[in-house]
Design a protein around this ligand. Structure first.
Ligand code: KET
Length: 442
């Protein structure tokens, strides 16, 4: 046995060694710190450009001019140019508050009542695909998040398949497929000469795409052009997609905003489904229920059998779980309440028609102002022919810059203006700005 003195000696030595090691570590850390002071490990991160659409709202906020007008983002404003919460939404929220619903997690696939309501709104309640359980619906983070889920699904289950996207399109489509690692190409869509649909170009590009490609289609109210195929053209598009064994992926962000009718605006999707074609459909309630910030929408896969639908649903859930676990419930409950209650649904339809009607009124006034002010005889009737929230003015980037820099009118650089952000009082000012930019800027 060691003597107490020897033990003390060993402990002291041990302690010294330990302290020494600690000091060395501390010294190394200090040395490292002194050599890296003010040098961030994030040094290689470059500044991202402002978003082409949401960046416009940021720039608008910074402008102090009284004349300023935000026609950038597609968000509905009242005649006073204020954001609007629909009465039916307030009503649903009061009902939800009274019933004291809890804040437990939703299932990965979202609120069951919402998923039922959203598929029925899209396809019609008595649709055969719904009755036969051939629709896999997953609640998503609005249109964008639902498109992103669909893109991730394509990346996993249709690897290497190219998604064809209209030219032009909503700017975020390309980001979504890029980030999901899905190859994409454009198909022709818009003819600047006729300011209408380049139907021949579109059909040729669908024909020439490799069999089994995926065609991203705007269900209605094409963004940014406001130009949709006619029912006859939709039929031909469906024929060709079927012949080529392609699959349609519909983006339905404006159901109700094209015609004012929720059913009519879903007719493109319903046409494909009624023919027995398999489709993917992303839905959004940002615009038609004004639930922008609630991030409520869905991804639907309409497939050939109930068995396939169950498998697709399970895999969509598998993709959602590590991304965001499960979706938020507030917006889902609002939609479920409104769509699931006949009286509230009617109230929504009336408010929807009112919003679509107000946009049509300013569209008409803008056309009248442009036509009466422009003495050159230029035909501005395309403004009237375009549908939905936007007008695609044909102004180029320099002209759009002039709109903003000189006139304080904020818009996207592709020449799109959101008529949902315009009121009657500002139509004359807008017409002056467009005419100045069109004729005085190259
Ligand atoms: N698809 C299209 C065609 C679309 O225009 C938008 C939004 C979305 C999907 C997605 O919306 P969400 O809120 O994720 O459901 N467009 C407007 C807003 C934006 O750019 O985010 C816009 O074009 O102004």
């Amino acid at each position: 046995m060691a003597s107490p003195a020897a033990c003390r000696n060993v402990s002291a030595r041990l302690l010294k060694a330990l302290v020494g090691r600690q000091e060395a570590r501390l010294g190394n850390a200090l040395k490292a710190m002194s050599t890296t002071t003010n040098v961030s490990r994030f040094e290689q991160v470059t500044m991202a450009p402002a978003d082409p659409i949401l960046g416009v709202s940021e720039a608008f906020k910074r402008d102090e001019s009284e004349k300023k007008l935000n026609l950038g983002v597609g968000a509905y404003r009242t005649e006073d140019l204020q954001p609007m919460v629909l009465e039916v939404v307030k009503k649903a929220e009061r009902k939800m508050l009274e019933s004291g619903e809890n804040k437990e997690y939703l299932p990965i696939e979202g609120l069951a009542a919402f998923n039922k309501a959203t598929a029925e709104l899209l396809l019609g309640a008595d649709n055969a695909a719904i009755k036969e359980n051939r629709v896999a619906t997953i609640q998503g983070l609005s249109g964008t998040g639902s498109l992103r889920l669909g893109a991730a699904f394509i990346q996993r289950y249709f690897p290497g398949t190219t998604v064809y996207i209209s030219n032009p399109t909503w700017g975020n489509h390309m980001n979504i497929f890029n980030d999901a690692g899905v190859p994409w190409k454009h198909y022709r869509y818009f003819d600047p000469k006729t300011v209408g649909l380049d139907f021949e170009g579109m059909m040729a590009d669908i024909e020439n795409a490799p069999d089994g490609s995926i065609m991203l289609l705007h269900g209605c109210a094409h963004n940014p052009t406001g130009v949709d195929p006619t029912p006859e053209q939709w039929e031909k598009i469906a024929d060709l997609i079927e012949k080529k064994n392609h699959m349609a992926f519909f983006d339905v962000a404006y159901q109700g905003f094209a015609s004012g009718s929720l059913d009519q605006d879903a007719s493109s999707v319903r046409r494909f489904v009624e023919r027995g074609m398999e489709v993917l459909v992303a839905q959004s309630y940002s615009k038609n229920l004004g639930l922008y910030a609630e991030r409520i929408g869905a991804i639907n896969a309409v497939v050939s059998s109930a068995d396939a639908a169950a498998r697709v649903r399970s895999q969509l859930k598998r993709i959602a779980r590590p991304m965001y676990s499960n979706p938020p419930c507030h917006g889902a409950r609002i939609v479920a309440n409104v769509v699931g209650d006949a009286k509230m649904f009617d109230e929504w339809r009336a408010e929807m028609q009112e919003m679509a009607g107000r946009i049509k009124t300013v569209r008409q006034r803008l056309f009248d102002e442009l036509s009466s002010k422009d003495k050159s005889g230029k035909d501005w009737s395309f403004v009237l022919k375009q549908i939905g929230m936007f007008s695609f003015t044909g102004l180029n980037k320099a002209q759009s810059d002039n709109m903003t820099n000189k006139w304080h009118i904020y818009m996207t650089k592709d020449g799109r203006i959101s008529l949902a952000g315009l009121n009657l009082a500002k139509c004359e000012y807008l017409a002056d700005a467009i005419i100045d930019s069109y004729y005085n800027v190259q």
